[in-house]
Design a protein around this ligand. Structure first.
Ligand code: ADP
Ligand code: MG
Length: 249
């Protein structure tokens, strides 16, 4: 059983404060969806959880199974079982999937056998897995590749930042149902950042959180995601504007 615990998290770049008090707990087997307008800080939250440089945590805490993540580097966080599928996966020339797997604590024979089958299931058949990660892949192939890494590494908690962007309909279905299976069979915990409820048809969220201006402003059941498609974020952003206006009076 793993638990990622985020408490009153505030973070900033040199110029601006982006996260303004995030509270969230994700346990093994749970799926949490994070939805919010562009620029609200969702990717920043994902980066900070994984330890990207360039951001400063100014208040609050992040822990994974009792380990204070703010004191650890990115590879140490990964060793503890945290995984980030980035909104814009980077191409890494000279580093193969095999290299990444060798860095993990898994025995080579454990993953070698399943990796070909997983690749086939995820529609990556025919891609040379010995070439650099994501190198010269299409946007959708990169998202399938991120999923292959996540599954092969047997991560415990995964953050998926717009995994659906760039994926075609078949890819979306195959990727989201594979991750849903991991939540059931391997007890994977998931934080899925998305704009669309379509991803959440297969990967069923236990909770949906609305993220506006650097923090969660409302949490609810899966129904909230479909309601959002009709209403948008106006309810939350306009009340925010009102409070800002009132504050200025
Ligand atoms: P989202 O993923 O919700 O669309 P982001 O987390 O990417 O939002 O960005 C939140 C805000 O913070 C945006 O206004 C963005 O321009 C700004 N921002 C993010 N990272 C940096 C950075 N390294 N330097 C300056 N501004 C940044
Ligand atoms: Mg983003």
């Amino acid at each position: 059983m793993s638990e990622l615990h985020i408490e009153n998290l505030h973070a900033r770049t040199e110029e601006i404060e982006i996260l303004q008090g995030v509270n969230l707990t994700i346990r093994s087997g749970e799926v949490h969806a994070l939805m919010g307008p562009n620029g609200s800080g969702k990717s920043t939250l994902a980066y900070i959880l994984m330890g990207r440089s360039g951001y400063e945590v100014t208040k609050g805490s992040i822990s994974l199974d009792g380990h204070d993540l703010t004191k650890l580097g990115t590879s140490e966080r990964a060793q503890l079982g945290l995984f980030l599928a980035m909104q814009y996966p980077v191409e890494i020339d000279g580093v193969t999937l095999q290299d990444v797997m060798n860095e993990s604590s898994l025995a080579p024979e454990d993953f070698q056998k399943s990796i070909e089958e997983e690749s086939r299931n995820l529609g990556l058949e025919g891609n040379d897995l010995k070439r650099g990660i994501n190198l010269d892949m299409s946007g959708g192939e990169k998202k399938r590749m991120e999923t292959l890494q996540l599954i092969s590494l047997r991560s415990r908690i995964a953050i998926l930042d717009e995994l659906d962007s760039g994926l075609d309909i078949d890819g979306l279905r195959v990727v989201s149902s594979r991750i849903e299976r991991a939540t059931k069979e391997d007890d994977l915990g998931v934080l899925v950042i998305t704009h669309y409820s379509r991803l959440l048809e297969e990967l069923k969220p236990d909770k949906v959180h609305i993220f506006v201006n650097g923090r969660i402003v409302e949490s609810g059941s899966a129904k909230l995601a479909t309601e959002l498609e009709e209403t948008g974020y106006e309810k939350w952003t306009s009340s925010l504007e009102t409070s800002v206006n009132l504050g200025g009076l």
